[in-house]
Design a protein around this ligand. Structure first.
Ligand SMILES: *[C@@H]1O[C@H](CO)[C@@H](O)[C@H](O)[C@H]1NC(C)=O
Ligand SMILES: *[C@@H]1O[C@H](CO)[C@@H](O)[C@H](O)[C@H]1NC(C)=O
Length: 410
């Protein structure tokens, strides 16, 4: 991994934790279970702490005030708003858009169980998508992909309210293509359009129209944004996995948002069938497979059955070797998935999201079990493993310590 992994482990892990917590938020607080509703509320508060731009009157994190109010001025455009990256003041649209996509997917699947928090969760999505809409729609033919100079920013420890580091503007276009960042931005806009379909239909239509344009740019002009964009993104958030995964993921979200089967033809034509066992801001293949299996399992769309098979192979890699002979995932003695020496929680959290979500699709389609070689796997087993991961993060671990900032006694 690059030095990006060393930037801000705790804050970035907290962002990713939100996705999985949301899955469990409505469980009744019973003896021995963490307080999921409290954890959900705090993970949503985290997003307020990361807000850039002009803050609204209902901002609950009061120590944050307006910042980066002239973002975009280097290109004579308005790019205020959005979120800072974990632990620094750069706006990196590539991981920001992924975060927005995952928040939206969480709301789509589990919003009905978030009780009073669904409004805050939608607000967290909208803070990203308002900015991503500006990034997509301000200059025809261009997609802005970030503001700031990552190297200068990382040399200087300042609050965003006080910062005096350069606010360079970065963009992709036909002559400087970035299908990775464009595909992820399209995914975020399309997923959010589903979230707002009933809550704000006009906003939803704007989102889906922008998603279409950005996805068309991603397909028509293919390339990796880190080959064309400066500002240090190639040292922090290049797409190591290339851009095919974002073309698949973006098209899968557009298929859902528009029901236009041309996206189905596009995504099948990709043949993106590499074996994966991880889901992250970099590689979206795993998420796309689970997302597409929804349509295969719930809507009986036979053309998507290969994605169900791939999703199940992926899960066989994630399960511990005691329940899956094809496991490729190590677990610590305390039971936490262990992928990397640093920023590990994001991988445990994103894998947990896929486990509960696939379990949900299985249950809804009466698919009781599948097998990892000869070992049968039920949706209950997937949920139990995901719960184990989330509980570990919240303090059910050998040190009895919460790994979520602000949650738990220690
Ligand atoms: C479906 O999408 C394709 C490609 O973006 C477009 O050319 C076509 O007009 C769309 N069809 C409908 C019915 O919107
Ligand atoms: C199974 O996983 C455990 C924990 O990750 C590891 O210690 C052990 O070596 C693995 N066993 C096999 C047969 O791979």
């Amino acid at each position: 991994m690059s030095n990006s992994a060393a930037l801000a482990p705790s804050s970035r892990a907290a962002v990713f934790l939100a996705f999985s917590l949301i899955c469990f938020s409505s469980h009744v607080l019973a003896a021995g279970h963490p307080h999921y509703a409290d954890a959900l509320a705090k993970s949503l508060l985290f997003f307020q702490g990361q807000r850039s731009g002009r803050l609204p009157p209902d901002q609950a994190v009061k120590w944050r005030s307006n910042s980066a109010m002239s973002d975009g001025s280097a290109a004579n455009v308005d790019l205020t708003g959005g979120y800072y990256d974990g632990g620094n003041n750069v706006k990196f649209n590539f991981p920001m858009a992924f975060t927005a996509t995952m928040l939206s997917w969480s709301i789509i699947e589990y919003g009905g169980r978030m009780e009073g928090r669904v409004h805050d969760a939608r607000a967290a999505v909208r803070w990203a998508t308002d900015y991503l809409l500006k990034s997509a729609m301000t200059t025809p033919g261009k997609l802005y992909v970030g503001v700031g100079d990552a190297d200068a920013d990382h040399r200087c420890w300042e609050r965003p309210e006080d910062m005096d580091t350069p606010r360079d503007v970065h963009a992709v276009s036909a002559s400087a293509p970035g299908s990775d960042v464009a595909g992820e931005t399209a995914a975020a806009l399309a997923a959010a359009s589903v979230v707002f379909r009933a809550a704000d239909p006009a906003y939803s239509r704007r989102l889906v129209a922008a998603a279409r344009d950005v996805m068309a740019l991603a397909w028509r002009h293919q390339g990796k944004y880190s080959d064309h964009v400066g500002g240090g993104v190639s040292n922090y958030y290049p797409s190591y996995s290339g851009y095919k995964d974002e073309l698949l993921w973006g098209s899968a979200w557009l298929l859902w948002a528009t029901k236009n089967s041309s996206y189905l033809n596009d995504l099948i034509s990709l043949g993106a069938n590499d074996d994966v066992d991880v889901f992250s801001w970099d590689n979206k293949l795993a998420g796309a497979r689970v997302l597409l299996s929804r349509r295969a399992l719930l809507d009986g769309d036979k053309r998507l059955e290969p994605f169900t098979r791939q999703a199940e192979e992926l899960i066989c890699h994630i399960l511990p070797n005691s329940s899956s002979p094809s496991s490729t995932t190590a677990y610590t003695p305390g039971g936490l998935m262990h992928r990397r020496g640093n920023v590990n929680m994001q991988y445990a959290a994103s894998a947990s999201f896929l486990l509960t979500t696939y379990a949900k699709y299985m249950a809804a389609s009466h698919r009781r079990a599948f097998s990892c070689q000869s070992h049968g796997v039920t949706h209950r087993a997937l949920r139990a493993l995901a719960k184990r991961q989330v509980d570990y993060v919240l303090g059910d671990n050998p040190l009895g310590m919460s790994y979520m900032v602000g949650y738990g006694a220690r």
